[in-house]
Design a protein around this ligand. Sequence first.
Ligand code: SF4
Ligand code: SF4
Length: 158
Amino acid sequence: MNKKPVYLEIDFDKCIGCRACTSSCPNGFIRLSETGRQRTIVFPESCGMDCQACVSACPEDAIRFARAQEYEEVRKNKEKQAERVISGSSEFELCFELVVCRKCKRPFATEKELKRVLEAIDAEISSSEYAWKGLCPSCRRDLLREREARAVLRVRKF
Ligand code: SF4
Ligand code: SF4
């Protein structure tokens, strides 16, 4: 495996804060933290492993690896985005505000994630099926169970 440093370049406009990279990194180099309504994803500035698992996992093509000769370009891009990126000496982080579930009020997803999901399903589901919109996964499962229970009761013969 290539042990030379390769520099992570994140396209901050594309990143939706979905966490796929944090859960796919086998070495825990991309880290996640959630406090209250804030989700923070911490990226290392460089990675010597070059396994590309994070690149493959990212649904938005937001991660790219730059070689040493491209590093200055990567650094300039980060500086341009300084107001959105908190840079440390060897890592940088992106922060997202989380949307709260309209039922249980738990923070559960970023605005950009929800928008992406709705865009993906919009063409397939009519607006009348949007009872689950704004619900966290746990409340969505509850809704589905309630609907199934009601459907069973409707057809049951006592
Ligand atoms: S290349 Fe592999 S080890 Fe390096 S940050 Fe991405 S997932 Fe983690
Ligand atoms: S997988 Fe891509 S879109 Fe999701 S948090 Fe990581 S960089 Fe952002």
